[in-house]
Design a protein around this ligand. Structure first.
Ligand code: NAP
Length: 513
């Protein structure tokens, strides 16, 4: 694939997780939040793709996901409060009344003399006069956070989630359905501002936690205070729970969610003659989580892993082997050869996703490309610094007076298209040709959820394959993450999972349909 190597001419820059050691096969405690799980079963491997040798299988290391921290459910006062969320929340006091105080609060009683409300997420208390749960975070994000008066907050951390992420839509619909006075926002954070943002999260009493997206799933791990065993094993985090003590504990719900969707997709596709290997495109946080989940949930299924950067491919392959699967790595130039041998393709690269990709060197876009072909889009110079982090606000509780402009436009400008189009044309031609090489029964799952139909999925659909986009994965992982972040607030309620699932599915369908 063109564009290999870090920040090669015209290529996108290396992601910031480079150089971090792999942590597979063991757990790493950052304050007693990790726990060993039970052993898995590796199962027998199918034959390797032609001309390639599968690597050694490591020991299976199945681990349990579990809640990363405990909370103090809200005090009774919270139940009676009226809330107004940017996304149109309707607070239903009965939901909160059901939650019981567990006495885990730390340092409660702060505030400005108004009625204090015990907060599940910890240190200090949220008061009647201080109901902007996002206040501590405003100075540390590039985008404009909604103006809200809810008791709790959550969000998604990424480089520009405000421009493409569907998570706010899904989570806010679920909060509303649950009657939970909480808001979920997008947190656009530049790499150089990540540590300051995390510190602000620790000191934000109303924050329940946050999701993590591109490009921080791996990088954030080293800066957290604890990591659950699954996230530790794959070296990537997609959800962070803020504990009552203000500690940030990482979890990973991506892998099981993608596995669930892949199994459903294959269940509905015509059966092949044997379980053929899964082609996993990518080697980032999502690829690790998905690969490890396949290793554990589909014993005996081999994987073929293809990634732009070979060192990262090997690192990720070794993590997946540690979870029990046979993994063959192939360089992008050899992708063509393995395509007729695989039974499923899972795209876990960012190639095809909408929104700008911002690096220290500049900004680019990947939506017009397919991960089946080379994707080396030109970089435009980084946009000028824009706002919030540089405003030097005296108090984090004071929102920026003037709206900060987004750090990069959602759609590429004409100058980018002029330089990018020859590469796009080449990518499309190669991708379609490669899609035609897949076996008819091969299924294609793209973790990319925006746009709803990526170039990869379009080419796979055109060539007759069963396909699924990342929307289903997004919902499945979000349900799990929401239950972790908010579970203790909802402890008295039955059928919470179903309510959340239905609300998120309805919101997703509304938007796509
Ligand atoms: N639907 C869901 O719920 C869900 C869940 C998780 C992730 N995702 C999606 O999965 C994707 C990956 O997420 P992540 O967290 O793993 O991101 P990440 O850690 O930043 O990894 C990005 C991956 O994309 C590859 N990549 C980036 N630019 C490329 C290019 N120009 N050409 C070829 N490969 C390129 C990287 O290759 P190198 O290693 O060579 O840099 C790496 O393998 C994103 O689109 C994300 O939105 C969706």
């Amino acid at each position: 694939m063109g564009g290999r190597g870090p920040a090669g001419a015209g290529g996108t820059a290396p992601l910031p997780s480079e150089g971090r050691p792999a942590h597979h096969g063991r757990t790493r405690a950052r304050g007693g939040d990790t726990r060993r799980g039970r052993g898995g079963s590796p199962g027998g491997p199918p034959g390797p793709p032609r001309g390639h040798r599968l690597g050694d299988r490591g020991p299976a290391g199945r681990r349990h996901l579990r809640d990363g921290g405990a909370y103090t459910p809200p005090g009774p006062r919270a139940a009676g409060r009226a809330h107004r969320a940017g996304a149109g929340h309707a607070a239903r006091p009965d939901a909160l009344g059901a939650a019981r105080h567990r006495g885990l609060r730390e340092g409660a009683g702060g505030g400005r003399g108004s009625a204090a409300v015990d907060h599940p997420a910890g240190a200090g208390a949220v008061t009647r006069g201080d109901l902007d749960p996002l206040a501590p975070l405003r100075p540390h994000v590039h985008n404009i956070l909604p103006s809200v008066h809810t008791t709790w907050a959550a969000g998604v951390l990424g480089s520009h989630p405000s421009l493409y992420s569907r998570s706010p839509l899904l989570w806010n619909a679920a909060f509303q359905a649950l009657g939970l006075p909480a808001v979920y926002a997008a947190f656009d954070v530049a790499p150089e501002g990540l540590e300051a943002f995390l510190s602000a999260c620790r000191a934000a009493p109303a924050l329940l936690g946050f999701s993590v997206t591109v490009p921080y799933k791996e990088r954030v791990l080293a800066s957290l205070d604890g990591v659950d065993p699954d996230a530790e094993a794959v070296g990537a985090v997609n959800a962070v729970v803020r504990t009552p003590q203000g500690r940030l504990v990482g979890a990973n719900t991506d892998g099981p969610a993608a596995l669930e969707v892949l199994q459903r997709l294959e269940g509905g596709a015509p059966a092949g003659d044997r379980p053929r290997p899964v082609l996993l495109l990518g080697a980032g946080g999502a690829a690790r989580a998905v690969g490890a989940a396949i290793a554990r949930g589909m014993p005996g299924r081999a994987l073929v892993l293809c990634n732009r950067r070979p060192d990262r491919a090997e690192e990720t392959a070794s993590i997946i082997r540690g979870a029990g699967a046979e993994v063959l790595t192939v360089p992008p130039e050899e992708l063509e050869e393995v395509l007729p041998d695989v039974g499923a393709v899972v795209n876990a690269t960012s190639v095809g996703m909408s929104g700008p990709i911002r690096t220290a060197e500049g900004v680019t876009w990947l939506e017009p490309f397919s991960p089946l072909g080379p994707a080396a889009p030109p970089l435009l110079p980084p946009p000028p610094a824009s706002g919030a982090p540089g405003l030097g606000l005296a108090s984090p509780a004071v929102p920026p007076a003037a709206p900060a402009a987004p750090a990069a436009p959602a759609a590429p400008p004409a100058a980018w298209w002029e330089r990018a189009w020859p590469g796009i044309v080449r990518n499309l031609e190669i991708s379609l040709r490669r899609a035609m090489r897949l076996r008819p029964e091969a299924v294609v799952l793209d973790l990319v959820y925006a746009p709803a139909e990526s170039v990869l999925l379009k080419h796979a659909r055109w060539t007759g394959h069963a396909v699924a986009n990342g929307e289903l994965v997004l919902i499945a992982q979000a349900v799990e993450a929401l239950l972790r972040l908010c579970g203790p607030l909802l402890s008295g309620r039955a059928d919470v999972r179903k309510v959340v699932q239905r609300a998120m599915q309805a919101a997703g369908a509304q938007r796509t349909g």
